[in-house]
Design a protein around this ligand. Sequence first.
Ligand SMILES: [Zn+2]
Length: 463
Amino acid sequence: MKFKAFAFIALAAVCLSVQSQAQDSLMLRKMFDEALVNGQCYENLRYLCKKIGPRLSGSAGAQKSVEWSKKLMEGYGFDQVYLQEVMVPHWVRGVKEQGIIVNGKSRVPVALAALGGSVATPANGITAQVIELQSLKDLETLGEAKIKGKIVFFNRPFDERFIETGSAYGTAGDQRNSGPGAASKYGAAAVIVRSLTSAIDDYPHTGGTNYGTNKPIPAAAISTVAANRLSDMLKQKKGEPVKFFLKTNCQTLPDVLSYNVIGEIKGSENNNKYITVGGHLDSWDLAEGAHDDGTGVMQSAEVLRIFKALGYRPKNNIRAVFFMNEENGHKGGIVYAEKAKQNKEEHIAALETDEGGFTPRGFSFTTSSRTFIKNINQQWKKLLEPYETDRLVSGGGGTDIGPLREQFPDITLIGFRPDSQRYFDIHHTPNDVFENVNKRELELGAAAIASLIYLIDQHGLNF
Ligand SMILES: [Zn+2]
């Protein structure tokens, strides 16, 4: 008898699970259909890029984008749409920067862009001898005697062996992130950095730099074409040393009041549990911030829109968050996590989409469970396979959702992982424009994210 009862319960469980899988698979199909047939994220992105444009924290563009995003989400009829106050840094580039290689009598202008947070050179610019380094460690090896008064040129290229280009960006990034501060310690006059990209072209890639407690010195990124040229000149040089003329006009103004923009669909069962899906609304000043990260915020709003369009009432509260100030301060993410804690909310998962609006491949996860990746693949991979978004790997998250884990140690952080091969060709350059976003790729990404959020909402993440 006992065995029979057990067999019956087991059979019932299998039937239930088969039924639930069938329901899930039907729902995922509907979500992809909705995104691909009635999708709105592409046209929303067009507006954000073409009518608003660059949105660096503290700028008029950023403020405009906040107001427009709020209206957009209100128009979708989400249960709640509101602004969350965030004080943000206000750095301005000023008049376009200038860089010239001075090699004996020849003067070669180069494409460059001041790094976010950089200070200005004196009004007449700086001209100094260039010293090329491959790493921050070289500073230590050479010491102050060889570096003082010179312009340090960090020229370590992307490591092309990485399959996912985010890893190459990560390992080359210290040159831009902390190179200027480190060089300042040794008395460097300024820093120029090879742009963080595999592409060999004439677009400079800006990005933030952090001096830490070191004295700020002028810092700029030069295009990879310019970096190769300068490096060649340094190698061939005999006699008088190669110099560089740098003029930057940037400054940091007082902090400005800005906002995260939040849209929410209320949960039907768990009124204090939250799942966040977000990207960042701010962008660098040089371009439209299409892939970085207009696509991410527009996908986040699209997830909630898809739920509403299909009449799906989630069990948990689902939030789309347009974070402010990811690029040069991360203040939006920090405030969001602090407020969540203060309000005693329970955050079970957060997903960030900030790696471009390219073809979705899957998701990465940061959790405390060691069996998570194995089990999630067993349970959900099959459901995602038809959409080619089934790569479920460990190590996910993002800058804006990272602070949530400090406040909620049990939260699962998720990174949306699209194809990464073209992202760093345009990242932080004047070429990050709407025209470089593909409609279907963007919509497939939104549907993939909606699918995963739906599965989490239905079944939780106890893997
Ligand atoms: Zn970004």
